[in-house]
Design a binder for this molecule. Structure first.
Ligand SMILES: [Zn+2]
Length: 330
């Protein structure tokens, strides 16, 4: 749990006195609702909770929980998320992992629910993000929500509760999280090395995790633009440096940069890269407008393919080689 979630925790301890079988934990995108729900799950399983009812972090149950093998806990997440946390994207990750919670994952819970608990305490199932269940899967879950064994708690965690079936929602206690505490969120963002945290947090609507990842991608974007500006840039090395950036974003950055080159060439102005205006004007003088327009068409097509390129590395290298020819380098 993050420090900025203190208020949510206090709310939770008030709600928990009469614990229902299913709770819909509803946070905003980037509020850390998953981390909060994990803290809730751990506190329900902890064998020696603190006075504020949070998990002690020291008992046997807490030990198993933090190692991911508490026998009375099930985490249900899409395969793509499970792969992310378990192993780094292996070289042989040939098959695309599903972004959905599959119906089999929900059906498999029947076995877990059929046997008694191992520690004679609560049994907790955390499903995140709950909207990653399609309607069929949600219907399969419904049976479990209707008559779970005593002591069982389902935590459905979502930032988009309206994507759940009304029948599912109506069986859950709604637990809206409190908005993140701004001063704690700012302190945390500073610790993470985010520059100008106040402005960044405001730009991301007060959601600390969204702010952090947004600030990260802004850093990547500026480094990429810096690479494009270098007179002698190496397309292969630049492609290598942006391997972690989603292609969709990367093509968008190239589109805006090229758009500015064309605009600068025709009108002497820039729209997107105000702080790099001088370089844009300079580079635009080396380009033929018709070729920049052609490159923009190529980028528009590339963006349509960016979700499923056959070879992401070649895809980027090719676009950058074309760009280098455009700005008049061999
Ligand atoms: Zn404990």
């Amino acid at each position: 749990m993050f420090k900025w979630q203190r208020k949510s925790w206090e709310r939770w301890t008030q709600a928990v006195s009469n614990l229902p079988h299913a709770v819909l934990v509803h946070g905003g995108d980037g509020w850390g609702e998953f981390e909060f729900a994990r803290a809730v799950a751990q506190s329900l399983l902890c064998e020696n909770p603190k006075p504020d009812r949070s998990a002690c972090g020291r008992c046997a149950a807490c030990g198993w929980f933090s190692q991911g093998n508490h026998p009375d806990f099930r985490l249900v997440v899409p395969e793509s998320m499970a792969a992310e946390s378990a192993e780094e994207e292996g070289a042989e990750s040939g098959k695309k992992k599903s972004d959905q919670v599959r119906i089999e994952q929900v059906r498999d819970l029947a076995g877990f629910l059929a046997v008694g608990t191992h520690r004679a305490g609560a049994r907790v199932i955390l499903i995140y993000p709950a909207e990653a269940m399609n309607p069929n899967t949600q219907n399969a879950l419904l049976k479990n929500l209707e008559e779970p064994p005593p002591g069982t708690v389902f935590l459905l965690v979502t930032a988009q509760p309206d994507r759940l079936l009304p029948t599912v929602r109506s069986r859950c206690l709604k637990f809206p999280m409190a908005a993140p505490d701004a001063s704690e969120a700012l302190r945390w963002l500073k610790e993470q090395g985010v520059e100008h945290p106040e402005a960044a947090l405001a730009a991301f609507g007060g959601a600390p995790l969204a702010t952090l990842s947004g600030a990260g991608s802004e850093r990547d974007r500026l480094a990429f633009i810096e690479g494009l500006r270098r007179p002698e840039f190496d397309p292969i090395a630049l492609a290598e440096s942006v391997q972690r950036v989603p292609l969709w974003d990367l093509v968008g950055w190239l589109q805006r940069w090229s758009f500015d080159l064309l605009l600068a060439r025709s009108s002497g102005e820039v729209r997107y890269h105000l702080s790099q205006e001088k370089s844009v004007l300079e580079i635009s003088q080396r380009c033929e407008p018709a070729k920049v327009a052609g490159y923009l068409r190529t980028l528009a097509q590339a963006r349509a393919l960016a979700r499923h390129p056959l070879n992401p590395k070649l895809f980027v290298e090719d676009l950058l080689l074309q760009y280098r020819r455009l700005v008049g380098q061999p």
